[in-house]
Design a protein around this ligand. Structure first.
Ligand code: FE
Length: 178
């Protein structure tokens, strides 16, 4: 913790709107990792919320992927009606529809209209990616038939249910909602 009294620098002390929302600050999401914060999403993926923006319809989260031992494992096939930004922090993964393999340090912009199948790789025991998702993910089969969807509200509900099950309480999710 920074000791403000020791700093000679003067912080802002002017007016602040009483309607401004508080920041979300998460100290080192890896060093202080707590398994309970990772919500299982599929047999091969877990999600840890960072910012769930209910008023603007986006969510920022860490996605963890682990493949089945020795084989490529499909996490999901989905369509994006709105843009996604992704940055791989650890490990890597690929899409069946693209010829690149994302690795540590890779950035991807998933353009609206993109449809892809995310695959966890057996040579990456664990990968972690920061995703900024807007709008929704529309899950589909390989022919394009819609099979489900996710948006900030289905995510809030999934995290809330998970946090209740692991003993953090259903309201713990509110720490991440703005
Ligand atoms: Fe995607």
């Amino acid at each position: 913790m920074l000791d403000a009294a020791q700093s000679k620098l003067k912080p802002y002390s002017g007016p602040v709107s009483p309607f401004a929302l508080p920041e979300i600050f998460i100290q080192d999401a890896f060093a202080k990792d707590d398994e309970r914060l990772w919500c299982p999403m599929t047999p091969y993926s877990w999600s840890r919320p960072l910012c769930l923006n209910a008023s603007q319809g986006y969510w920022v989260h860490l996605s963890k992927f682990r493949s089945k031992a020795g084989e490529e494992s499909i996490v999901s096939c989905h369509r994006h009606p709105a843009p996604v930004h992704g940055f791989i922090i650890k490990g890597g993964w690929r899409y069946l529809e693209h010829d690149w393999v994302g690795t540590e340090g890779s950035y991807v912009f998933e353009a609206p209209g993109d449809i892809h199948t995310l695959v966890a790789l057996p040579d990456q025991p664990e990968s972690i990616t920061l995703f900024h998702n807007t709008g929704a993910l529309i899950y589909c089969d390989t022919e394009g038939n819609t099979t489900g969807y996710a948006d900030v509200f289905t995510r809030i509900e999934a995290y809330s249910k998970h946090f209740e099950e692991v003993g953090l309480g259903k309201d713990y999710v509110k720490n991440f909602i703005r």
